[in-house]
Design a protein around this ligand. Structure first.
Ligand SMILES: Nc1ncnc2c1ncn2[C@@H]1O[C@H](COP(=O)(O)OP(=O)(O)OP(=O)(O)O)[C@@H](O)[C@H]1O
Ligand SMILES: Cc1ncc(CO)c(N)n1
Length: 269
């Protein structure tokens, strides 16, 4: 049996809904062996972020080397990277090991407003990570920061996608979670065509970790050898199920249910 392997290079969320924890749960649910290189520890729950503790650049490089010298991932994703030094070492190591299928989730701010990426790191993200990305998955505020333009409608989102594509990412997926519309539209640009992935907006405050879960699902499907459009299609169904079947735990923005996608599959059989 061929074992597909995915690596996440991201921050730890002690509350378990976002970050490394969301990624590993998603990989597992999609039948992919998950590996991790932790960039920062956050003290975090559904009410917000109580503390951020980045790891040393040496400690991050060592984790990636441990994987690179023994276990070759079929796909890699990055999440919270915190500062430019971390971004540089992560890009350097991914290039050194010649890993392909790279998903960049340019995590900047947690739901409650806490910064997970320092402002000084934006240029490093553009210079070092975008050129090696198979796909970058910003939400609308992140796409505004990277592209430098304001996004208030779909045509501005398309313009931003083109600008981000020109920075070197092979595919640009600008998510629609931050729009107020009834229809949730995620927009992909592959340098040639636009693709829209649509679903119904679910009225819930329990959306902690949706971005991490979505990008981890794309990573898992790319690891299995699927193309970008098919990978995003699975990820969209995965996140929709996970949000619909919310767990209602914690007093703030609760996590999604990573088990929901497979639970549905089992019920349909
Ligand atoms: N209320 C909702 N109903 C349906 N789908 C949603 C909802 N909120 C987010 N999504 C979906 O979840 C995915 C993540 O989108 P979003 O724009 O929320 O990412 P994000 O802001 O990066 O998430 P995070 O809160 O983890 O930082 C997208 O596929 C989006 O369409
Ligand atoms: C560790 C971590 N990564 C990403 C996010 C964004 O959801 C978060 N809240 N925490």
């Amino acid at each position: 049996m061929k074992v597909f392997k995915a690596l996440t290079i991201a921050g730890s969320d002690s509350g378990g809904g976002a970050g490394i924890q969301a990624d590993v749960k998603t990989f597992q649910e999609l039948g992919v062996y998950g590996m991790t290189a932790i960039t920062a520890i956050t003290a975090q729950n559904t009410t917000g972020v109580q503390g951020v503790y980045p790891l040393s650049v040496e400690g991050i490089a060592k984790q990636i080397d441990s994987i690179g010298t023994d276990l070759t991932p079929d796909a890699v994703k990055t999440g919270m990277l915190f500062n430019s030094e971390i971004i540089k070492v992560v890009a350097e190591k991914i290039t050194q090991y010649q890993w392909s299928n790279l998903v960049i989730d340019p995590v900047m701010i947690a739901k409650g407003g806490s910064p997970l990426l320092q402002a000084e790191a934006i240029e490093a993200l553009k210079d070092y990570l975008l050129p090696i990305a198979t796909v970058i998955t910003p939400n609308i505020p992140e796409a505004e920061v990277i592209s430098g333009i304001k996004i208030t409608n779909l045509s501005e989102r398309k313009e931003a996608a083109k600008l981000i594509y020109n920075l070197g990412a092979k595919n640009v997926m600008i998510k629609g979670g931050h729009e107020e519309t009834d229809q949730m539209i995620d927009l992909l640009y592959d340098g040639n065509r636009f693709f829209q992935f649509e679903s119904k907006r679910i009225a819930t405050k329990n959306t902690h970790g949706t971005g991490c879960t979505f990008s981890a699902a794309i990573t898992a499907e790319l690891a299995k050898g699927k193309n970008i459009v098919d990978s995003i299609s699975v990820a969209k169904h995965f996140i929709q199920a996970a949000i619909e079947d919310d767990l209602r735990i914690g007093t703030g923005h609760g996590p999604t249910n990573h088990w929901a996608y497979n639970k549905r599959g089992a019920l349909c059989k």
